[in-house]
Design a protein around this ligand. Structure first.
Ligand SMILES: CC(C)(COP(=O)(O)OP(=O)(O)OC[C@H]1O[C@@H](n2cnc3c(N)ncnc32)[C@H](O)[C@@H]1OP(=O)(O)O)[C@@H](O)C(=O)NCCC(=O)NCCS
Length: 171
């Protein structure tokens, strides 16, 4: 069994280890990383999954993490989702979806209007993400257009957004 709870300051090192194990050192070169470099995650939207004692895992072991970041898209606020990582030993049990859904629900409740990310469409479509129209969003580096995905939290929000995607400031 596993649970989702808000991230706490003391989780930081374990999250770092999980992200390194999931994405490797190459993550620094990625365009999405540039959008969160030296930034702080959005208040109240970082969640972790913890596991009950199971196999080699001790009770309360951190087994998943999701964070969101402020973006500015052509002068309007948005969010970036990522990294999302789940311990390889516990993949395929719904933890990744549950972490994302928790963050999305909370973002909506807090009045955020849209979320974008770079990732596998078949996976993120499970929580409502869809491919963004090619050419409308200019990121600070190369991105495969088939992996640039978005989700409007307020109806039609992303239809009204376009332009340069930069790091944003907390509202
Ligand atoms: C991607 C990741 C977060 C998924 O976490 P998870 O807890 O195993 O995912 P869930 O259990 O919530 O969802 C599993 C479902 O998603 C599917 N799925 C998982 N990864 C997928 C992918 N990359 N593309 C398409 N479908 C995927 C599984 O087949 C499964 O489908 P089913 O429910 O129909 O059987 C995890 O595998 C991970 O940490 N990977 C390494 C880091 C990474 O790649 N992050 C995301 C980058 S796109």
């Amino acid at each position: 069994m596993w649970q989702i709870r808000p991230e706490r300051p003391e989780d930081a090192d374990k999250i770092e280890k999980l992200v390194i194990a999931s994405f490797g050192a190459g993550r620094f070169a990625k365009t999405a990383y540039r959008l969160r470099e030296d930034a702080v995650p959005v208040e109240g939207l970082s969640f972790v999954a913890t596991s009950d004692a199971e196999g080699a895992l001790e009770s309360g072991a951190l087994v998943g993490s999701v964070r969101f970041w402020h973006l500015d898209i052509g002068g309007t606020p948005s969010l970036l989702l990522g990294p999302l990582a789940v311990d390889p030993a516990l993949r395929g049990k719904g933890i990744g979806i549950a972490l994302m859904q928790k963050g999305i629900d909370e973002a909506k409740a807090r009045g955020h209007e849209s979320v974008i990310l770079v990732g596998d469409e078949p996976y993120y479509a499970k929580v409502g993400f869809a491919r963004l129209p090619p050419g409308r969003f200019k990121l600070p580096g190369p991105v495969d257009p088939a992996r640039l995905l978005g989700l409007s939290l307020k109806a039609g929000a992303l239809l009204l957004q376009s332009g340069e995607v930069k790091r944003g400031l907390p509202r």
